[in-house]
Design a protein around this ligand. Sequence first.
Ligand code: CA
Length: 229
Amino acid sequence: MKKILVLEDETNIRSFVVINLRRSGYEPIEAENGEMALEKLKVNTDLCLALLDVMLPGIDGFEVCRRIRASGSKMGIIMLTARTQEIDKVTGLMTGADDYVTKPFSPAELLARVDALVRRVAVDEDEKSSVELKSGPFVLNTRNRTLEKNSQRLKLTQIEYMLMKLFMENPGKAMSREDILASVWGNDFNGELKTVDVNIRRLRIKIEDDPTEPEYLTTVWGYGYKWGY
Ligand code: CA
């Protein structure tokens, strides 16, 4: 069930939202003030959406919104504003909210916005996962051509990046040095097979815990290499 944070200080409105979300198959997480919302955000890292009331005692909805975005979260955010707060809509969108709903709203109106945003967030997640290759402690991002090991960025040359991509796309498959040369350097490259070995050695220094005892990029004797993880 998709979790949705409901930040609203007015008990009646909050219950009304919570009941309707539950009826539509969502799992509402309630907060009656900004401080509580921040706590719930910390505990529920899998929140998909947040509904944030603007006017609150203490930390207001905009501040919560700002902090969600500052944490790097891409969750959907819908601000709940009063009709007299036209200016708030603009500010809300500028602090990183995706949408707003003006009070008083009907269940149908709220759920239409919620469903639409949940769908959009899901599509974004898909796109994100399709550009990321994951293997053990490694994440290769094919959009910005970067490699992370245990969330630490490793500096790779373009050749090293292409080698990593080739291996991570073919986990467990023994690749001959000829194949590696052809797919990374291209068929027209007149280089020696040694080029492969030299670059693999350099790559191992960057990615292996102990390059003399490779754990991820292993040697297939007399043939080539394998992504052994
Ligand atoms: Ca309020």
